[in-house]
Structure formats: C-alpha cells, structure tokens
Design a protein. Structure first.
Ligand SMILES: [Zn+2]
Ligand SMILES: [Zn+2]
Ligand SMILES: [Zn+2]
Ligand SMILES: [Zn+2]
Length: 372
C-alpha cells in the first residue's frame, strides 16, 4: 500500500490520509507521515548522533518515510527512505540544510525480520521485535535508561527531560493520575508529528494542450538551471532564449502554483530519476561539490521525490509560526546505484531545501493554491 510504482514514467503524488495506527506498523512496509518511524532493518538502527540537527545538535523529528522498492534489484526488494527534520525554523537553511536528514534502508526478500510472502492484514498480528530499546518519546534508538525505574529508554537527554516533565516523573514514582496522561499528550505534540498514511497516486493534469507545451518549456528551463546552477546568472539566462529569460524572472513560482493548484492537497511528488518542480529560481540545486553530492559509494545521486509545503498543514505543531518547522519544498536525492553496505544499513542520502517565498506559514501555503 502507498507504494509508488517504479515502472510508470509520470509523476506520482502523495496525500496524507487518516489510517488506523496498526496498518502503519512496520510489518506492512508503510509509506507514512509522523508518529514513530516504522523501521525496516531492525538490527542496525541509526544512532542518536546520526539524527541530531547539524545546526543546533538537538534530536530531529521524524517527518515521513516512503516505501519504494527498486525494480530488478534483489538486495533492494524492500526499500524505504526516512526523512528527519529539525523543527526550529532558524536551523532550516536553504540548499543542503543541516536541519534535514535522509536515510535509505534496503532489505532482500529473504531476510531475518519479515516473511518473504506479502503480510496478512490483521490487527492482532504482532510486529517483528526490535532487539534494542527505543526512545519512549520519539521511537528512535534509545540507549539511555531512566536511572530511577530502569524501565524507560531515551535517545537523548533532551527527550529524557521532556518525558520527565511530561508525566514520567509521576509514572516513575508509581503515581497514576489523569494529569500525567494529559502531560504525555503535550509531550507528543512537542516531539512527534501527527501520524498519517502517505497514499500515492498518479498525478492527473487537466491542462489545455497549449499550457502543457508551456509546462514542458518550463521543465526544460529548470533542467537547464540545474545543469548550470553554479555559474548561471541573469545575463547568461537572457542570452539563452527570450522565453527562458522572462521565465527566469518570475515564472518559476507561478508555474509551481499552477501545477500544484490542479491537485492542491499533494504533500509529496514522487518522480524517481525525474525533475523536481522548483518553487523558485533561487537556491536551485545543480551539479558540483556545493550542490547534489555523490553517494559515499561514488555513484551520482538522482532526484527521487520532493516534500511539498502543504504537509505543514497536517503536522499539528504547537510552536509559534516563527519557531516551528517551515520550508518551501524539500528535494530528496538518492544513490542512482541504490548501493548496499553490510555495515551501514541506514545509508545517508541527500536533501535540498528551497525556502519559503513569503513571510508566515499559513498565508504562504494558501498562496500556493491561489489563482494566478
Ligand atoms: Zn536544529
Ligand atoms: Zn528520542
Ligand atoms: Zn523512570
Ligand atoms: Zn551509493
């Protein structure tokens, strides 16, 4: 379920939909948003240090995961990418942001965790066990124990303190009260996002023929931008083609709006090996060291999907608008060889952030839907 097909050539869109929690458990290989990560490999989870914000060093929040198998690759029969973000807007820099982390995990069909046959949908079935303790707050690896009860585990001091303030103090002392339960709910909104199934469907476009041609021109232009990003400036853009020159000035954002307006609820665009829908002609990812870097195996990374700003409307954040998670679009690039390593089960991949166009979260997301 929710698995993007790898054979069709077109773009597929992801939507956030309510689902019973058990259907999003790891045994079903879900694509999902928020809640705890549904880990794929269960032995070698990312370390807490792998999931710290590169800017503020605090634990990042799990945003989503996309299950997308790799055709014709037996070692990648199961394949999930996980995205983590820092929720502080000050950490979310444009480009290769320190506040976004992508991890890719692959498993062969025959593995030590899951049956080689498709799972039966049954609420009563249990998940395969993870042999390491998980953080009670965020569901990531939790090597730290509550020294008092020795029953609660945490990824970090930050989450241990959050849990302590949010009801574990009472729980640890064996006190059961409703207030502690209520505090626990507050803890959830402070550390994890609301959980949804990520349902993926082909993008349907109604546009007239003429508009499509313009869309195609726009895509060509964006490809050009990305191939020349480090050197392209306004003058060289002007010389390319009058259409491209005018497009360069203000049309990227309008093209983005126009395309998104046709399916305004989309929270993700999946187009492996394709071209992202750029939000802006600033902070464009190109080739070269400062841009989309190669995988550690040496292979170039290619575009796989992008996270759309509409997802912010679903995340139920407590923070104020100036402090919470905010971005224009996050582009995810993954190893073109889909490499495997015996030692690193969760392979770091690459994310690129295009920042918001205007101030404030609510108005901007709505602006993306407005008429031209
Ligand atoms: Zn941060
Ligand atoms: Zn944690
Ligand atoms: Zn305790
Ligand atoms: Zn690789």
């Amino acid at each position: 379920m929710g698995e993007p097909s790898t054979t069709s050539g077109g773009v597929e869109l992801g939507y956030a939909e309510d689902s019973p929690a058990w259907k999003l458990h790891r045994r079903y290989f879900p694509s999902k948003i928020g809640g705890f990560p549904a880990w794929l490999d269960l032995h070698s989870l990312p370390l807490p240090s792998d999931l710290q914000c590169g800017s503020c060093s605090q634990p990042m929040s799990y945003l989503l995961q996309v299950y997308a198998a790799h055709d014709g690759d037996p070692a990648g029969f199961h394949r999930t990418t996980f995205v983590f973000v820092c929720r502080k807007s000050a950490c979310m820099k444009p480009g290769n942001s320190p506040a976004v982390r992508v991890m890719r995990c692959c498993l062969p069909r025959n593995n030590s965790f899951y049956s080689s046959e498709p799972p039966a949908y049954d609420e009563k079935l249990g998940d395969p066990v993870i042999s390491h303790p998980l953080c009670a707050v965020c569901g990531c690896l939790g090597p730290n124990t509550c020294s008092s009860c020795k029953k609660s585990f945490y990824c970090s001091r930050a989450h241990q303190m959050l849990a302590w303030k949010s009801g574990h103090k009472e729980e640890c002392a064996g006190i059961k009260d409703d207030e502690a339960v209520l505090k626990g709910k507050n803890m959830e909104t402070a550390a994890i996002f609301s959980e949804y199934e990520l349902v993926v469907e082909p993008e349907e476009l109604e546009g007239k023929k003429e508009e499509k041609t313009e869309d195609e021109k726009m895509l060509e232009y964006q490809k050009l931008l990305m191939n020349n990003a480090p050197t392209l400036n306004d003058t060289s853009a002007d010389e390319l083609d009058p259409f491209y020159a005018s497009a360069a000035k203000d049309k990227t954002f309008r093209a983005f709006q126009k395309r998104v307006k046709q399916n305004p609820e989309q929270v993700l665009r999946y187009d492996r090996g394709g071209v992202p829908l750029l939000l802006s002609d600033k902070h464009v990812p190109g080739k070269g060291v400062k841009n989309v870097s190669r995988c550690s195996c040496g292979a170039p990374r290619t575009f796989e999907y992008q996270i759309m700003p509409q997802i912010l409307n679903y995340l139920d954040q407590e923070e104020s608008l100036t402090e919470g998670l905010d971005f224009g679009t996050i582009l995810v690039y993954t190893c073109s060889r889909n490499c495997h390593s015996e030692s690193i089960k969760y392979q770091p991949e690459f994310a690129w952030v295009q920042p918001v166009q205007s101030e404030g979260r609510g108005p901007r997301v709505e602006a993306a839907m407005e008429e031209d």
